[in-house]
Structures are given as structure tokens and as C-alpha cells.
Design a protein around this ligand. Structure first.
Ligand code: FES
Length: 146
């Protein structure tokens, strides 16, 4: 490749391709597209990577219980417990029980989750035993970061 060709190549190729061409491993995709801000609708939404943020439109009928303060949901397809704390806050936790890791027998009494396997209870505070995730609520759009 002549130096003129290389200059032209560097001008037109995006950075990850350039780095890869010079033997440097890169993980980022070569794309100039902006992130897609669309929200997943309903409980069937999916993401390509388990650690990607999950975006939920809680106006979907799948999330009816989260429309009222005190309402909660065990959203098993994402392994998360969600609880409506206030008009402006939904807390999100890993639904893995700290005792033996079961995920599917939760109840909520307004301040604590109880796992039905051995009846251990855990606070709905983010400083409790349940793993708490960042959750940002804007209108009906909830973004959860793992
Ligand atoms: S597995 Fe949840 S209380 Fe034992």
C-alpha cells in the first residue's frame, strides 16, 4: 500500500477497522449509527447481551402492577424483581434469593420481599441483601442498568 493509498484508507475507514488492520484487537463494532432509543414493549422484549441495559415501557399491560405505588412484579424473563416505590421511582433487584438462589416464589408486603422456599425476607432498600440495579424512570420508560 503506497503512503497515498494508506492516507486515503485511513481517511475513509472507521477507527476499529484501522486498528484491526494494524493487528490491534478491538471489541467495538464499527458503526456510526446513534444508539437506538426505542423502548422494548411488553414482557417479550429482549437484548442481545445479558449485561446490556434493559428498556421497558411500563405502560404495556405486562407491567400493569407497576402503575400503582406498592405494586410489584417478578419479571422472570429478565430475572428481576421490580417494585413501584413512588410516582417517580421503581426499584429493581436481581430476583435471585440470597439464601439458595431460587427466583420464582416471591411475595411482597409493602416493604419486604419474602422468598417462599424457606420464608426468608429481604428489605426493598437498595442497601439490603438483594442485589439492586440502577433504574431510571422517565414517564413510562424504565431503563435498567446491570
Ligand atoms: S431459597 Fe429463598 S429462602 Fe431459601
Amino acid at each position: 500500500m503506497s503512503s497515498k493509498d494508506r492516507r486515503e484508507f485511513l481517511k475513509t475507514a472507521c477507527m476499529p477497522v484501522v486498528l484491526a488492520a494494524f493487528g490491534i484487537s478491538v471489541l467495538e463494532a464499527c458503526s456510526t449509527e446513534e444508539d437506538d432509543d426505542s423502548y422494548e414493549y411488553g414482557a417479550s422484549g429482549s437484548t442481545s447481551n445479558p449485561s446490556d441495559p434493559v428498556k421497558l415501557d411500563i405502560s404495556s399491560s405486562d407491567f400493569n402492577s407497576l402503575q400503582t405505588v406498592g405494586g410489584w412484579l417478578n419479571f422472570t424473563s429478565k430475572n428481576i424483581l421490580l417494585v413501584r416505590i413512588s410516582e417517580t421511582e421503581i426499584r429493581v433487584f436481581d430476583n435471585k434469593c440470597p439464601h439458595q438462589g431460587n427466583r420464582d416464589k416471591w411475595t411482597y408486603n409493602g416493604s419486604q420481599f419474602t422468598c417462599g422456599y424457606h420464608n426468608n425476607s429481604y428489605s426493598d432498600s437498595c442497601s439490603g441483601a438483594l442485589t439492586c440495579y440502577d433504574a431510571e424512570l422517565e414517564g413510562n420508560n424504565l431503563t435498567i442498568t446491570f
